[in-house]
Design a protein around this ligand. Structure first.
Ligand code: NAD
Length: 502
């Protein structure tokens, strides 16, 4: 019997076929728990529960203020169990405790922000009066229905909150599939939702794999919207499958974001920001600043400082308070990072630090990799074009702002980027020319449920967060009320209906 079951219709239930899979602690290589593995039948059961919960209005029929009150209670539940959740998340994902504590409070903030949107985004808004006929026009923002949501492993609880909060705030019901690498905290979140008063069937969580549970969710004729966060390759497959019933689709995909150090940058700030941009969560962040573009006059000094500091980053187990950079989430991902280091060397880039596994005393099974930096990189190289999703930074010099913008934009991705400069006007000019969904100036990684986040180009479709993110979970309906008083004088229908028709 699995240690953790699926969460469907307000209950924990085993998989129909009894299958289960291990979830591993990447700091030790040991199994934390056996988890029930949802397959097609379980996904269909969860979809049916979400469908029934949507169709009978047990959630969408509540006043937005009531939904908001229950979501506030979910946020309070997260706070109550914050310590337990952060530790579980660190063990399951390898994120340091400092990061996972931030994730738990970020998840609560996401719930609260969307609870606020449930009551502040008007359910209906007036539209301007057009010429004729005299009429009242308004739009309603209505929930879409059943939302299938699929998330990756780098921010498991936070991503679950990013998905569930706007969906239920707008009155939808959800079936969420967490990553097979990190299924545990989303299951706790589902329990917290139930304890807080979210009705059964509104939030369902089904751990499992892409080809089984994931594809069933995306292809189902009973799912009205799919919201996916993950790699661009999987995003492409999701788009194809979602065409079955023309689902609404939002995609948050990969990135190869450029952080640009202009020649007037505050060097200490830029170097620390670049390290934070790439090595936070061991580089396993969609918007990681994985390409550092440095003005050629600063290049050597920046590289010297980066290397000196990168070599002082303590790599170790997620639960050790001294650890600054935890392990890579899985053996497969670790091997991907190693493969890219080899590709970089074969392409002729210069490895100036890292590039290898790190062994940590007492943790022989840990999946640790050193902070890694390449110089001598041309933006056409694969290590500058492809998402590595690990602690690997490539440094590319440039001469002019125009050249920096051109290099930044020479990418299939368009998720985020950074500009480091002591001249805000100049930096904002550069930010305006970068084709990405977010640009930070003299900062990095700041994502808030109050500000829209998402990608240009192959980094995605749609936005999460803010009013924009909330509206992605609504349908827009125009209602027209004809207010014509004198029907004899204003017979709009005469062109088709005979005047003497009974
Ligand atoms: P992935 O695409 O391999 O998997 C993501 C999720 O999709 C997992 O739950 C997986 O089980 C599921 N999945 C896989 N194949 C599927 C299929 N055929 N049908 C349905 N579901 C399927 O990505 P990953 O390795 O888990 O995560 C890393 C990727 O996620 C990176 O590319 C990263 O940039 C991206 N990411 C993007 C954002 C963002 O907001 N843009 C945030 C975090 C991660």
């Amino acid at each position: 019997m699995a240690d953790r079951d699926l969460f469907i219709n307000g209950e924990t239930v085993p998989a129909e076929d009894g299958k289960e899979f291990p979830t591993i602690d990447p700091s030790t290589g040991e199994t934390i728990a056996m988890v029930a593995q949802a397959g097609k039948a379980d996904a269909e059961k969860a979809i049916a529960a979400a469908r029934a919960a949507f169709d009978d209005g047990r959630w969408s029929g509540l006043a937005p203020a009531k939904r908001a009150e229950i979501m506030e209670a979910v946020a309070a539940g997260l706070k109550e169990r914050a310590g337990e959740l952060a530790e579980l998340e660190s063990r399951d994902s390898g994120g340091t405790l400092r990061k996972t504590k931030g994730d738990v409070s970020g998840a609560g903030f996401t719930l609260r922000s969307n609870a606020e949107l449930a009551t502040t985004v008007p359910a209906s808004e007036p539209l301007p009066q057009t010429t004729a006929p005299p009429s009242l026009n308004y739009v309603r923002h209505e929930p879409i229905g059943v939302c299938g949501q699929i998330i990756p492993w780098n921010f498991p609880l936070l991503m679950a909150a990013w998905k569930i909060a706007p969906a239920i705030a707008a009155g939808n019901t959800v079936v969420l599939k967490p990553s097979e690498n990190t299924p545990l905290t989303a299951l706790v979140l589902a329990e917290i939702c139930k304890d807080a008063g979210v009705p059964d069937g509104v939030v369902n969580v089904i751990p499992g794999f892409g080809p089984g549970a994931g594809e069933t969710l995306v292809s189902s004729m009973d799912v009205d919207k799919v919201a996916f966060t993950g790699s661009t390759g999987t995003g492409r497959r999701i788009l194809q499958l979602a065409s079955s019933n023309i689902k609404k689709v939002t995609l948050e995909l990969g990135g190869k974001s450029a952080s640009i150090v202009l020649d007037d940058a505050d060097l200490k700030l830029a170097v620390d920001g670049a390290l934070w941009g790439i090595f936070y969560n061991s580089g396993q962040v969609c918007n990681a600043g994985s390409r550092l573009l440095v003005h050629s006059s600063l290049h050597d000094e920046v590289v010297d400082r980066l290397v000196a500091k990168a070599e002082r980053i303590t790599v170790g187990p997620a639960l050790d308070k001294k650890t600054l950079m935890g392990p890579i989430v899985s053996k497969t991902q670790l091997e991907t990072v190693e493969r890219y280091v080899k590709i970089g060397q074969d392409e002729g880039a210069k490895l100036v630090t890292g590039g290898e596994r790190v062994s940590v005393d007492g943790h022989p099974g840990g999946l640790f990799f050193a902070p890694t930096i390449f110089t001598g990189v041309d933006n056409k190289m694969r290590i500058a074009q492809e998402e590595i999703f690990g602690p690997v930074l490539v440094v590319i010099p440039f001469e002019t702002d125009d050249e920096a913008v051109a290099i930044a934009n020479d990418s299939i991705y368009g998720l985020a980027g950074g500009v480091w400069s002591s001249d805000p006007t100049r930096a904002m000019g550069v930010a305006g020319r970068i084709r990405t969904g977010t640009v930070w100036i003299n900062d990095y990684h700041l994502i808030s449920p109050k500000y829209p986040f998402g990608g240009y180009k192959q980094s995605g479709i749609g936005r999460e967060h803010g009013v924009q993110g909330f509206l992605e979970y609504t349908e827009t309906k125009h209602v027209h009320v004809d207010l014509t008083r004198d029907r004899e004088k204003h017979r709009w229908f005469d062109s088709v209906v005979p005047p003497d028709a009974p």
